[in-house]
Design a protein around this ligand. Structure first.
Ligand SMILES: Cc1cc2nc3c(=O)[nH]c(=O)nc-3n(C[C@H](O)[C@H](O)[C@H](O)COP(=O)(O)OP(=O)(O)OC[C@H]3O[C@@H](n4cnc5c(N)ncnc54)[C@H](O)[C@@H]3O)c2cc1C
Length: 351
């Protein structure tokens, strides 16, 4: 890793910033040795220029899915450019380009106000539009991949913009090509959304369905803004607000197991919480597994498992990345020992 900035070219009169505090919802204190702000399209070329002397390159959106060390060397790229551009209606979809630095929730609200519904189940997810395809954000029965037409990337090595089709993005549960070694050479510049002209509500998720129908009565009467409000209300009730209680959302993915393993687990744990997948496999509720191991509300040092939501780790004070890693390892080991299930961490760990 190189941290040297001596003799770096002053391209476009936009020098790097040094010792910049990296925003993150876990409130980990972390300084970027060399930070580049992307505020306009011309700035993308600078990533490739600076990357010739500084590596690795870290792309940071809102920092809501990151575990950060005290200091991050290499080149830290902060995505700040914002813009929304309506392209038009075609084949029963509204096409809209949204620049990576837009705040995800603001975009969801804006789309709803403009009469382009579809994203309401994904309201209030923290972070930026550019990060949404990386882990294919999902909530309340929908994943963002369903609404993505294509993604424009900046290829750091080749120093060119390219467009990837939805298929090329290789979306699956909390996963995409952007998590592969090849995909990590790319910076998402903008996302092209295809939102349905003929909107249908998605109320598959039982808690959301109950909440919406308790105020609307009939499914046919449900409007997208009713779902939007219900999702916001449920999330505010259930999830700790990072500005009050620092956290990185769900700390572990819900593990997917074979039907045989599910049956075996169910026979010894009749209360097991699981959802059958179209593939015939089962998605287990990681929060339930963690709760059964006695972790709900428990702390290790400065990191505590949230008292109402066992899937969420919270920073109770001055936690560092190693404190987070320590409790995560213990939880993972306990779940493995009791259920024989391996938990996979959701936030990206750069520590
Ligand atoms: C309270 C809370 C609730 C959450 N709820 C959900 C939820 O319901 N569903 C869900 O899926 N997630 C959820 N998350 C996780 C998080 O909000 C998402 O992963 C979000 O997309 C991260 O966005 P970000 O801009 O903060 O990304 P960051 O945390 O800054 O980065 C995350 C990853 O994306 C990469 N990245 C960011 N921007 C770009 C870019 N432009 N190009 C290339 N790579 C990039 C980073 O390098 C990093 O690998 C939650 C988090 C919190 C704190």
């Amino acid at each position: 890793m190189s941290n040297s900035t001596e003799n770096l070219p002053q391209i476009h009169n936009k020098p790097l910033r040094h010792s910049v505090s990296i925003p993150n919802t876990f409130a980990l204190k972390s300084l970027a040795c060399n930070a580049l702000l992307i505020e306009e399209r011309a700035d993308f070329a600078l990533i490739s220029e600076y990357a010739q002397q500084l590596s690795p390159v870290y792309i940071v959106g809102g920092g809501s899915n990151l575990i950060l060390p005290n200091q991050l060397g290499g080149l830290v790229v902060l995505m700040r450019q914002q813009d929304v551009h309506y392209l038009g209606e075609q084949a029963a979809h509204h096409y809209i380009d949204v620049v990576a630095g837009e705040v995800w929730h603001d975009w969801v609200l804006y789309a709803e106000q403009q009469g382009w519904p579809g994203l309401e189940n994904l309201a209030l997810i923290p972070g930026t539009v550019g990060a949404a395809p990386v882990q294919n954000i999902g909530a309340y029965g929908l994943e963002v991949a369903q609404f993505i037409d294509s993604v424009e990337i900046w290829d750091i090595e080749q120093a060119v913009f390219r467009r990837l089709t939805r298929d090329e993005c290789q979306f699956s549960y909390r996963d995409s090509v952007f998590k592969t070694p090849q995909g990590q050479q790319w910076v998402i510049a903008s996302v092209r959304f295809a939102l349905p002209v003929d909107w249908q509500p998605c109320l598959n998720y039982p808690e959301l369905r109950r909440e919406v129908l308790s105020s609307q009565g009939e499914e046919t009467q449900v409007r997208s803004k009713d779902i939007l409000q219900a999702v916001i209300d449920i999330r505010r009730r259930k999830l700790p607000d990072p500005s009050q209680i620092p956290n990185a959302g769900s700390f572990f993915k819900n593990p997917i197991v074979s039907a045989a393993q599910y049956e075996s687990l169910l026979s010894s744990n009749p209360q097991l919480v699981a959802y059958e997948q179209p593939s015939g496999e089962y998605k287990l509720a990681a929060g339930w597994l963690i709760d059964q191991c006695g972790w709900k509300g428990r702390a290790l040092g400065t990191v505590r498992v949230h008292q109402n939501q066992a899937l969420v780790l919270t920073n109770t004070g001055h936690a560092s990345a190693s404190d987070v890693v320590a409790i995560a390892q213990k939880i993972r080991a306990d779940v493995q020992a009791r259920f024989g299930v391996t938990l996979e961490q959701e936030p990206v760990n750069w520590a």
